[in-house]
Design a protein around this ligand. Sequence first.
Ligand code: UD1
Length: 442
Amino acid sequence: MDKLVIQGGRPLLGSIHVGGSKNTALPLMAAALLADGVTTIHNIPVLKDVATFSNVIRVTGATVTWDPDDDPNTPETITIDASNLHHYEAPYDLVKQMRASFYMLGALLGRGGKARVSLPGGCAWGPRPVDLHIKGMEALGAEVHEEGGYVIAQAPGGRLPGGRMRFEPVSVGATINVLLAAVTASGESVLENVASEPDVVVFGEMLQAMGAQIEGLGTDTLTVQGVEALRPVEFTNCPDRIELGTYMIAAALATPAGETLTITGARPEHLGPDFTERFRETGVPFRTDGSTVEVDGVDAIRPVSIETAPYPGFATDLQAQWTVMMTQADGPSTVRDTVYTDRFKHIPELRRLGADLRVEGDTVHVAGKNGRPLSGATVMSTDLRASVSLVLAGMVAEGETDVLRVYHLDRGYERLEGKLQRAGVDIEREQYDEAHAEGVAA
Ligand code: UD1
């Protein structure tokens, strides 16, 4: 297995390029299945999740061509030829690897009025359910039942009529899935309390370019007039806003006062006003100019409490990284996650590095720096955003930090160690034997 070995205390300088958004790339790929022809999507990040979803798509008979090179500065292009799509299934062995594979439910229903898609497994009906996805398909007129761990959905007469659905709570994934099915329905659909994340808006823009009739993108209500068929297009994915936010936090932590980190290829407005305002309150200066964000290093970070919320609120995918920044702030703060109220698996690992953190319900109490530096240790990745928070902590900890199980990180951060190395961080990927690794419970 791979681990990242970080020698802490090196300055983060120069520039870092943001890759294409993972959470937008996957729905864009799903959208390509709605068109009978070849769709081309640019700025696709080089990530394990994209490879996994390509395999999910190939099961249907569609052809995916994706051949990323090693140059981090060349945006990658994927082509999806959905002319030969004939198998309306997403099997368990692939869906279990990545929840977003569940987008196949909407994509296959939208393309051909039928789908047999495995439930994501694991946490499917626990803290990360898919009930809204299924209710949404039913609201559009699909007949849905579960059998042997699979959701089987059918449009009576081969085409969904369309319908009205109110999402409670707001869900990015369910909004995307239901939109995939609604755009080719025979009638109108009204979707209320939908997600307005940039991921959803950019995805909706691709559907519009394909010929879909959608009104209200970016608001909380979408009105869709179904169309008979969509056409293939050439489309460019947006930059990853979570990667941008992560590098801004990295600069606050590791760029020395008097120096600047330049982040390129970004779309700063996608961070949302809440993150931007809270970041400004920390006293870390930053400037945006088109697709570039410059962050100046500081001697002191002011403590700022945050609370996650659906967009335009503070993204839950940035709370673990914010927690690390607050361990280096000049005083106490709190980090509250109202979207995933128990998303705190990184906390015991950060404590191993010496961070003074206490979880109470949906809130982490962060003691702040208090003159106590973090010190290197062996820690374990538990999920995607938790992993990157451990890398950030390793960058400021004294001595060596080994972050185990980095396959979580590879799902969502494009060529992370290469980008950090070029910006001065002492970080290496090494192989290790999980059975004999320190810090790994059996
Ligand atoms: C997406 C992102 C993930 C991010 C999350 C919240 C992708 C691939 N993943 O995940 O990185 O952390 O948005 O911004 O884009 N819920 C239900 N029933 C459902 C679906 C969701 O109750 O059927 C609840 C969830 O438990 C959660 C809330 O809705 O409390 C928001 O989750 P959701 O927006 O659906 O997250 P994902 O789309 O899975």
